[in-house]
Design a protein around this ligand. Structure first.
Ligand code: ADP
Ligand code: ZN
Ligand code: MG
Length: 472
């Protein structure tokens, strides 16, 4: 690659409020066209917006989640433009005084990506184009859906950094209950601004803005396409034009939507119908107090304090609920590694098999902890613990009781063990001869015989010791 890519992001996130940002309409994904609209969000003249305080709180939480300054004072502005999906012909947004400023997130390469601002705004509706009929239909359900827009500085230099940042910020927003961050449903939408400059230069080139990217994988592909396209232009001595380009997943390319020349003059001015937003220090502290531990903090705790591997820690923090379950379990029985491994291997196996998530599990974290402890204390064997877990998934129940009623309690009866082993060895005299003559593999055969004779409560460790002694 001959040029250094320079990348900055604008990320729109739908807030998880019950109602829309300036009216009482239901805020949720889907619904039959134009059923979630009222005079206010469909832009009827004479209606007045009222700010949803829940949206303000979630926007503030997005700020706390990304180490921004959350401002006591913010205000709304009108961004004027005409498009059929915007019935008011202006969008209410925050321009001069955004709610959050100056955040940052450290990405995989160690680079700290600065967040310039986070502001609150309303979403527009959706146009459904029917090429066959040659018509476009407007669906206003999305009008007035509360959004935040997160704007980064052009600090990214590598594709992996962009992908890592989006994954990290999505996870943090999910932890904080700000946004469900479903890229495929459009509840988190990433616009990528990208320019190239010669290596060693610190003068940024002209950027293109890529829209319509709906997965982490597409982010990588769209950027790669754009790097090639701009490199070819620069190689030929041409100039990149500043424009907005649409990424097409099926063609894996980007096409121009509008250039800078066609760009709107938005004629921003302060929204006269909404008073500024004041968050008192007291309210600010209350909002902050509702913030859960963030995934990166959890990662630190799991690795530095609990000694989990980075891989295991990353897998556990990948879902807040999964991590919460783990935390509850280790509170009861702090065997971090054993509980982590039981959850990541055995529980995940059952969850996948049953298409469940950890929230659907009927037994409690304390019951899981009790199960792991039974195995650690050699009350049941490791294999028996797996079988007990399967029964817990099937029927629920307490591991101690399942162990008892299903005969999983390991037998430590030395006399019984002796008798069984003596029987096996005398019934297989020929094999004993071969073993003693050097066929070491036969040890496994004797183990297997003893295990099956002694049943679910067999104690592999004791059997091994007794066999070793008797075959010596
Ligand atoms: P505008 O005021 O035109 O919207 P901003 O300065 O707000 O421009 O930047 C919008 C987005 O573009 C931000 O994410 C920013 O990081 C990114 N950006 C700005 N300049 C460049 C550049 N030269 N190359 C790549 N990205 C850029
Ligand atoms: Zn409405
Ligand atoms: Mg801007």
């Amino acid at each position: 690659m001959r040029y250094q890519p320079v990348i900055g992001l604008e990320i729109h996130c739908e807030l998880l409020t019950d109602s829309k940002v300036f009216c009482g309409c239901h805020n949720s994904f889907g619904g039959a066209e134009n059923t979630r609209v009222c005079p206010r969000c469909s832009g009827m003249p004479g209606t007045l917006p009222v700010v949803n305080q829940g949206a303000v709180r979630l926007a503030a939480k997005a700020g706390f989640a990304t180490d921004c300054t959350v401002n006591n004072y913010s205000a709304f502005d009108r961004k004027n433009y005409f498009y059929p999906d915007l019935p008011k012909a202006y969008q209410i947004t925050q321009f001069e005084y955004p709610i959050c400023t100056n955040g940052h997130i450290k990405v995989c390469t160690g680079r700290d990506i600065r967040i310039n601002r986070i502001h609150i705004e309303e979403d527009a509706g959706k146009l459904v184009h029917d090429d066959y009929e040659g018509i476009s239909l407007a669906d206003y359900n999305r009008c007035g859906v509360p959004l935040i827009e997160i704007v980064t500085e052009p600090d990214f230099r590598e594709i992996e950094e962009v992908q890592d940042f989006v994954q990290k910020i999505a996870l943090r927003l999910k932890y904080a209950g700000v946004c469900d961050a479903r890229m495929e449903q459009g509840s988190l939408r990433v616009d990528v601004n990208i320019s190239l400059m010669p290596y060693g230069s610190d003068v940024f080139g002209t950027r293109a803005e890529l829209k319509n990217i709906n997965s982490i994988k597409s982010i990588g592909r769209a950027i790669r396409y754009e790097i090639n396209r701009q490199s070819e232009i620069l190689d030929k001595g041409g100039k990149v034009v500043q424009e907005t380009r649409r990424y097409n997943e099926n063609h894996d390319d980007t096409k121009s939507m509008r250039s800078k020349e066609e760009a709107h003059d938005y004629r921003y001015f302060p929204e006269p119908d909404i008073p500024p937003v004041y968050i008192s220090d007291e309210d600010m502290a209350a909002i902050k107090a509702e913030m859960p531990e963030m995934p990166h903090e959890r990662f630190e705790r799991y690795t530095a304090q609990m000694g989990l591997t980075a891989d295991d820690a990353n897998l556990i923090i990948g879902s807040k609920q999964f991590g919460d379950y783990f935390d509850e379990a280790v509170k009861v029985y702090p065997a971090y590694k054993q509980i982590a491994s039981m959850m990541l291997v055995e529980i995940n196996h059952h969850l996948n098999e049953r298409s469940m998530t950890i929230e659907d599990v009927s037994f409690t974290p304390a019951e899981l902890a009790a199960l792991v402890k039974l195995a650690d204390d050699s009350v049941v064997s490791k294999n028996a613990a797996k079988e007990i877990l399967a029964i817990m998934f099937e029927e629920g129940g307490k591991p101690e009781e399942i162990a008892k009623t299903h005969g999983f309690i390991m037998s430590n009866d030395a006399a019984e063990l002796d008798t069984v082993i003596d029987e096996i060895l005398s019934a297989n005299a020929a094999s004993v001869e071969k073993y003693k003559a050097g066929n070491a593999k036969l040890f496994g055969f004797f183990m297997g015989q003893a295990m099956s004779k002694l049943g679910k409560g067999a104690n592999p460790k004791l059997i091994k010791e007794a066999l070793t002694k008797k075959l010596a």
